[in-house]
Design a protein around this ligand. Structure first.
Ligand SMILES: Nc1ncnc2c1ncn2[C@@H]1O[C@H](COP(=O)(O)OP(=O)(O)OP(=O)(O)O)[C@@H](O)[C@H]1O
Ligand SMILES: [Mg+2]
Length: 279
């Protein structure tokens, strides 16, 4: 077996060199962090679930003409994607008030926003991913004005589509974070949706009960983390194939018993060293 070269290890994923130039492999870990990595833990089976959920959402978005980095899923924890030059901006869309905006503007959690709000954060862990304005993005050259226009218009389409997709399975899409990147295609610079879309970077509330089905369960010690992520996969009809896989990449039954802090072994047999933070 050939050893793959590791490019980067983040808080939730490890990136490896892909089989062809311009491709990379995303390996989804069970590690979870919050509050700029001041809080760390493991959600058993999260990597498997996020890999599958992100594949599903990226594929659905691709089908409506959103250009994404996704190529194909390789196995339970890995997917092949196009390597992009990540634009160092986190694009957050808010439909209902939750999280930071509540403290910042004194809005009660759960308040329906007058319209969907797009925010930008500078992707920089040392600075704690600060909130920025469009002006900062273009003034500092993080994205050119036409790129930013493209990012905003893609983001609005993604939000409209995902709101409907989630509502169709009884889930409110409260807010979520996107990352975009650049690729050269036939001498043309294009913007692609990158990273992942999963309950790690979305707030998802059950439409009937208001129950949280996302990483807020970890942030707030609500328990039932694996179950919540599984329920999201289940609503989209993705659980059956995950449970059918005979290997023990994830033992969902064991995960059901308890969300506990446990150790994670990387694909090369070593233990991950998480020194960076949040998302
Ligand atoms: N298609 C892609 N090409 C290159 N890099 C990518 C691609 N998709 C995602 N990434 C980057 O890979 C990393 C994913 O790992 P992870 O989500 O664990 O990172 P993270 O801990 O959130 O770190 P960061 O602060 O860098 O986002 C991120 O830095 C993300 O920007
Ligand atoms: Mg991340």
């Amino acid at each position: 077996m050939t050893r793959r070269r590791q490019i980067y290890e983040g808080k939730a994923k490890i990136l490896f060199e892909g089989p062809e130039p311009g491709t990379i492999i995303q390996f989804f870990k069970d590690d979870a962090t919050a509050f700029n990595a001041q809080k760390r833990g493991t959600i058993e089976g999260k990597g498997v679930l996020n890999n599958r959920i992100s594949e599903y959402l990226m594929t659905r978005l691709g089908a409506i003409g959103i250009p994404t980095h996704f190529i194909r899923r390789l196995n339970m924890r890995e997917q092949l994607v196009r390597q992009v030059e990540i634009i160092p901006i986190e694009v957050v869309v808010r439909n209902i008030a939750a999280g930071q905006i509540c403290e910042r503007l004194g809005i009660e959690e759960g308040t329906q926003l007058p319209r969907s709000i797009v925010e930008f954060y500078y992707k920089n862990d040392e600075l704690n991913d600060p909130l920025i304005a469009e002006e900062h993005i273009t003034a500092f050259g993080w994205a050119a004005p036409p790129e930013l226009d493209e990012i905003i218009s893609l983001t609005i389409r993604i939000n409209d589509y995902l709101c409907g997709l989630f509502m169709g399975v009884g889930i409110q899409l409260v807010d979520f974070k996107l990352e975009f990147g650049r690729v050269w295609d036939n001498e043309m610079l294009r913007i692609l949706l990158a990273d992942e879309i999963s309950p790690d970077n979305c707030r998802l509330w059950d439409a009937k009960t208001g129950e949280k089905m996302d990483k807020d369960r970890f942030r707030r010690d609500l328990g039932g983390l694996s179950e919540a992520y599984q329920e999201v996969a289940n609503r989209f009809g993705l659980m059956q194939e995950i449970e059918e896989v005979p290997d023990n990449v994830v033992d969902l039954k064991a995960a059901k018993s308890k969300d506990k802090k446990s150790d994670t072994t990387k694909p090369d047999g070593t233990k991950p060293d998480n020194t960076k933070d949040e998302s």
